[in-house]
Write a protein that binds this ligand. Sequence first.
Ligand code: AMP
Length: 304
Amino acid sequence: MSLLTVGSVAFDAIETPFGKTDKIVGGAATYITLTASYFTKKNNIIGVVGGDFPKEMIDTLEKHGVNTEGLEIKPEGKTFFWSGKYHNDMNTRDTLDTQLNVFGDFDPTIPASYQDCEYLMLGNMVPALQMTVLNRLHSRPKFVMLDTMNLWMNIALDDLKAVIAKADCLTINDEEARILSGDYSLRRAAKTIMAMGPKTLIIKKGEHGALLFQGDQVFFCPALPLEDVFDPTGAGDTFAGGFIGYLASTDDISFDNMKRAIVYGSAMASFCVEKFGSERIVGLTQEEITTRVQEFVQLAHFQI
Ligand code: AMP
């Protein structure tokens, strides 16, 4: 089934306790589509970059089978820039700088060939833009997944609530779930958030795994305890790309299949954090992915 992803395509400057990078390619849509490429062949991207964006990265996306027809290039403009610094625990970070550049007045055009997408991934960005994309699709996709962040809860809550109401599945982290619901208990927070519209909610807890909620059902998937976490940037997007890529490839949105999808998402995210930026999620083999997924099975399986 075909997947459409919309989101930032960016330059990131990242600082972790292990090192610092100068302007490397990042962005939610970059991580999501690269990761989804291991699952689905119909993998379409909508985004915008400036004339400063490296052609080699567009080639890399295309080599991974990503259809870049919807990636607009504005030769006279500059690519979205984000800079962040991680604290020692690597679970929390501060945003140091955000320069919207060409992303600031992005007016997305949806290529005709993308119109029939069955799975839609609305990557983290200003909620009004997520809504524009939904409105510009001639028919509603079978499954709409939404990612967001605390920033929009603080500065665009009404727009965010409007787009949350239209999503089938929302993915946020534990801190964001508490802000959005006003409740400390994640179980209660999940109920409050699902009442806002999405039937399914994923709460990510960084190195402590992820929770999947639907109605009264809950499932937990741990994160792989790695010896070295190098750079968590993009882990959430990589997780989302693995999750929705797996759902699109199997075309099964049952709760049981979502349990498998969350394991695939977590496995892909475990690769992402092993190197800076998107380096580790480029050129993975199916064998590496299968082996990693098996590690999750071993990690969490027990009998009583
Ligand atoms: P994650 O670590 O999964 O939360 O995602 C990190 C990516 O999100 C980085 O590559 C950034 O370029 C991108 N990003 C950060 N802030 C924003 C924002 N305000 N809008 C869109 N993308 C963003």
